[in-house]
Every structure is written in structure tokens, then in C-alpha cells.
Ligand binder design. Structure first.
Ligand SMILES: Cc1cc2nc3c(=O)[nH]c(=O)nc-3n(C[C@H](O)[C@H](O)[C@H](O)COP(=O)(O)OP(=O)(O)OC[C@H]3O[C@@H](n4cnc5c(N)ncnc54)[C@H](O)[C@@H]3O)c2cc1C
Length: 280
């Protein structure tokens, strides 16, 4: 069977690509090996999908090619996605720092993308595994449900995190097959796990902090967990941390605690009382 465009992976990227290509009048097929599309969308934002950010810019992306983000964001802005969300009557709210979440559920965002795919004439095949890709003039895609040909092939099979959601290293294998340079993969946007359970007594507490590492800082909440530290500030700083690097956490950002303490007599009871005012 012949298509103009075949997209491998029915995640956020694959579905958006399919909508765009379909709306340009191209015959589009999306191949997904899982039994459902968009599984990661459903768990995003704690099930409410933080679908965009009002203040997003290329500066917010960690990339070895910052120019890619500039051109991509110039051509499709947060406003464009918000208009689509509003067209579908999906109710949303701003949580903090321009982050937009659904009032209801991430299911609404996934359904919106699937509806857009269907009005753009996109076909989606689930439970389909690709066994081979051959490039001659066009691409020949051999799968468990048949063989397909296409002029343009898009690999949107995502990163390797959370295999339970269908993630595979398929994209990396195909990149190798076609001789593309691959950058080393490292965990990103992840919590820190400590070697001991010294902070587990504080588990569940969240506090506004300034977290710094390698000349980058984030002012946001940190969350104490049973295993270590998480929360938005920790997840973001993890992108800048390499094994062995020092992370500095200021639990009283904007307050010079030495000035506060010098105004009080330095003994243990006073110290506890003064600090309690900030942390209660
Ligand atoms: C817990 C969590 C919360 C998150 N919250 C947010 C949030 O609130 N806001 C936000 O913007 N981002 C959030 N993210 C990040 C966001 O979910 C991802 O960046 C995004 O889903 C990536 O989309 P993708 O299409 O590139 O990849 P994926 O969503 O991983 O999609 C890839 C698809 O390809 C399929 N696939 C893989 N291999 C093959 C193969 N060989 N053949 C066929 N199909 C294949 C997979 O099954 C999958 O459906 C969150 C991520 C996590 C893990």
C-alpha cells in the first residue's frame, strides 16, 4: 500500500506531525506498536497534561542545536496550540509560571489530537511492529500487518524513558542504520535518588527553593521523597547535573539568614524558633 507520509509512533510528536501533513493534503499513515495511541500524554502533568507554557521560548530548551528550537517555536507558538484547545472547548487553567493544565483530564488533549487526525484523513494502525525499513527511491516499511511504501518517512518513536508506556530504542537503531550521528543519552528531568534514607522523614514536604548547579538556577518548589528529592526545581536542575557535580539548595531564597540570626541571640532554642517562622 502506498502513502505520501508514514509516521512511526503515535505519541504527541507523531500525532501532531500526522495532523499537519494530513491538513496539507498528504495521504498519511501512523504506525504504532502499542495497543493504544498517546499513552505518555495520558500520564503527563499528573494526568492533567501541562499542554503548553505561556512564556515558552527557545531559552527553555537544552539542545546542542538551539537554532532548531527558535525556528520550530516561531512557526508554531503556544498561542496556536491554545487556539486548538479552545476550539475543542477544553477547559484549562494556569497553575504557576505560565504553565497551562487541563481542568479535567489529559484524555481530552489526546481525544482532540485523534479527532484532528481523523478530520485530516489520517489512518492509524495499532499493534503493528516494524521489522525492516529499506530506502530505495521511496521507503519500503515492512511490518507485522503488511508492507507499506511512502515518499516521506517520519520516525516519531520517542525517547527511551518509561518502556512500560511503549518506549523503545527504535529511533536510535534507525538513526544508526542511516548513518546519522547520535548524541550520548543521559537521564533528563528526573528526581535525585540519595544513597541513604536521611531525608525520608521529610517525605511529602514541598518547599519553595532556589536550586543551582553548573551556573544554572531554578526558583521553584522542591519535594522531599522517600528516596531523595524531586519537585519542579530538582527535575529541571537534573538536566545540568553530571555525576559528582555539586548541587546547591537555598531553602530560604531571597532571605539573608545571617542577618536574621544576627538580630537574635545565637543559642539553639532561638535558632529553632527563628527558623520555625520560615518553615512552619
Ligand atoms: C510522568 C511524565 C509526565 C510528563 N508530563 C508532561 C507535561 O505535563 N507536559 C509536557 O509537555 N510533557 C510532559 N512529559 C513529557 C512528554 O510526555 C513527552 O515529552 C512526550 O510525550 C514525548 O512525545 P513523543 O511523541 O516524542 O514520544 P512518546 O510519547 O514516547 O511517543 C512515542 C510513540 O512511539 C511508539 N513506539 C515506540 N517504538 C515504536 C516502534 N518500534 N514501532 C511503533 N511504535 C513505536 C510508542 O509506543 C509511543 O506511542 C511528561 C513525561 C512523563 C514521563
Amino acid at each position: 500500500m502506498n502513502y505520501d507520509v508514514i509516521i512511526i509512533g503515535a505519541g504527541a510528536a507523531g500525532l501532531m506531525c500526522a495532523i499537519e501533513a494530513g491538513n496539507r493534503g498528504r495521504k498519511v499513515l501512523v504506525i504504532e506498536h502499542a495497543d493504544k495511541p498517546g499513552k505518555k500524554i495520558l500520564i503527563s502533568g499528573g494526568g492533567r497534561c501541562n499542554f503548553t507554557n505561556l512564556n515558552v521560548s527557545s531559552e527553555n530548551f537544552v539542545s546542542s542545536n538551539p537554532h532548531f528550537c527558535k525556528s520550530a517555536l516561531a512557526r508554531y507558538t503556544p498561542k496556536d496550540f491554545i487556539s486548538l484547545v479552545e476550539k475543542y472547548g477544553i477547559k484549562y487553567h494556569e497553575k504557576k509560571l505560565g504553565q497551562l493544565f487541563c481542568n479535567g483530564s489529559a484524555k481530552e488533549i489526546l481525544q482532540m489530537l485523534l479527532d484532528e487526525c481523523s478530520s485530516a484523513g489520517v489512518e492509524i494502525i495499532l499493534n503493528c511492529t516494524v521489522s525492516e525499513i529499506i530506502k530505495q527511491n521511496n521507503f519500503a516499511v515492512k511490518t507485522t500487518v503488511g508492507n507499506f511504501n511512502c515518499e516521506s518517512l517520519v520516525i516519531a518513536s520517542g525517547g527511551i524513558s518509561i518502556p512500560q508506556m511503549g518506549a523503545t530504542d527504535f529511533g536510535y537503531k534507525i538513526a544508526k542504520q542511516f548513518g546519522l550521528k547520535i548524541t550520548k543519552t543521559v537521564p533528563g528531568l528526573v528526581p535525585f535518588v540519595l544513597n541513604d534514607e536521611s531525608l525520608s522523614g521529610l517525605s511529602g514536604l514541598s518547599i519553595d527553593s532556589n536550586v543551582s548547579c553548573n551556573n544554572t538556577s531554578f526558583r521553584e518548589n522542591i519535594l522531599f521523597t522517600h528516596k531523595g528529592l524531586s519537585g519542579p526545581a530538582i527535575l529541571q536542575i537534573s538536566n545540568y547535573w553530571n555525576n559528582g557535580d555539586k548541587v546547591i539548595i537555598d531553602l530560604l531564597p531571597g532571605i539573608d539568614i545571617s542577618v536574621v540570626l544576627s538580630e537574635n541571640k545565637p543559642n539553639k532554642t532561638v535558632l529553632v524558633n527563628v527558623l520555625a517562622k520560615f518553615f512552619s
